[in-house]
Design a protein around this ligand. Sequence first.
Ligand SMILES: *Cc1c(COP(=O)(O)O)cnc(C)c1O
Length: 246
Amino acid sequence: MDELIASIQERYLGALDRIAGAAKRSGRSPEAVKLVVVTKAQPVETARAAIEAGVRILGENYAEEGVTKIQSLANFSAVEWHMIGHVQSRKAQLVAGNFNFMHSLDSLKLARRLDRFCAEAGRILPVLLEVNVGGEESKSGWDASEESKWQALPGEIAEIFTLPNLKVLGLMSMPPLGNDAEFSRPYFQKLWRLREFLTRQFPQAAISELSMGTSFDYEVAVEEGATYVRVGTAIVGPRQTKTEKV
Ligand SMILES: *Cc1c(COP(=O)(O)O)cnc(C)c1O
């Protein structure tokens, strides 16, 4: 086997083991957690090697870069491509037409556009609502940093639930960067509580998914209830290209 495939496979299987360990420690089933391997800023060859190593869910941050990989690797039909980065409204069509799942739905405006393009493409897009649990200016998503202000969230979110071509499955967040994984724990707990809060507001909506945790804190995320973890560098190595943020 190709060296790149072998090294990705070793780290991928290692990550699955750690996920299973963290799930068991917290009394959860390892199958309840899905591993998204983040290939942003990696060449197509690395994404291909990841698929050949057994990876089934790939995550991309930038619409064009992701679509290039999706099209180059279209013959691997069992693979799911997840958008995990901020998407500008004018890129909504690219995402609606090419991605299988979106973790980073961060505004009502984007939701309306995605819904329209999904209708044109005849597809239903499963999405997660991105919320900002740390309140940092640099992060996208609905501000959910202060629990006392959660009452304001359901108004806008309610409209997203009514969009016929989007299926809201849960929440996603990217906590502030700390020095160690434990720093993230209270933010993961906050995301969990927010899901409980929104579930009480929208009992009919099944918002069960929680996408949280990256290379350095995904085990803590699993202990705190993550159903998706998004792991890049710990599996595919350092990012290769400097992707411009447009
Ligand atoms: C880049 C990125 C990741 C993966 O980060 P790593 O440190 O490479 O594991 C996960 N989620 C989002 C939203 C990202 O942008």
